[in-house]
Write a protein that binds this ligand. Structure first.
Ligand code: RB5
Length: 154
């Protein structure tokens, strides 16, 4: 069964997202959640919302978010319990982030990298899986503890 991946971008990542969708769609079950048209005035949190909803509801297993730098999308995505987003512009982090940290959203900067690196990063991210190693699970439990602790004290 193909991995279900959702992808979205604001205007800063619009072109890269469209190119990436075309390059990935035959190998993975990719759902393009927008933007569907270029809008210089759109806001990245709106697209983050679509991707995180798809993942937390189980419609998709992984997400790829593209904004201008990848930073805003990464910050917004990590606000959501159960989302582990990483901004990766090197392939080591793109696979190690999944293997050790169970990263489920890859953030990319459409104004920072080109399509060939974006494809290599997406492939590294999508072809990796969590190690299930005891030390990695322990660290993730501690990440979860931080999440719970701060939610409780709000
Ligand atoms: C949009 O101009 C830009 O600020 C946004 O795409 C992103 O880079 C934010 O981190």
């Amino acid at each position: 069964m193909k991995l279900r991946v959702c992808i979205a971008a604001d205007h800063g990542g619009f072109d890269l997202k469209n190119e990436l969708y075309v390059r990935l769609k035959n190998k993975y079950e990719v759902v393009d959640l927008g933007a569907s048209a270029f809008d210089d005035n759109d806001d990245y949190p709106d697209f983050v919302m679509l991707v995180v909803r798809a993942i937390t509801s189980g419609q998709a297993e992984r997400g790829i978010l593209v904004c201008g730098s990848g930073v805003g999308a990464c910050i917004a995505a990590n606000k959501v319990p159960g989302i582990r987003a990483g901004l990766c512009h090197d392939t080591y982090s793109a696979h190690q982030g999944v293997e050790h940290d169970n990263m489920n959203v890859l953030c990319l900067g459409g104004r920072v990298i080109g399509i060939e690196l974006a494809v290599a990063l997406a492939e590294a991210f999508l072809s990796s899986s969590f190690s299930e190693g005891e030390r990695h699970r322990r660290r993730l439990q501690k990440v979860l503890f931080i999440e719970k602790e701060f939610r409780r004290n709000e």
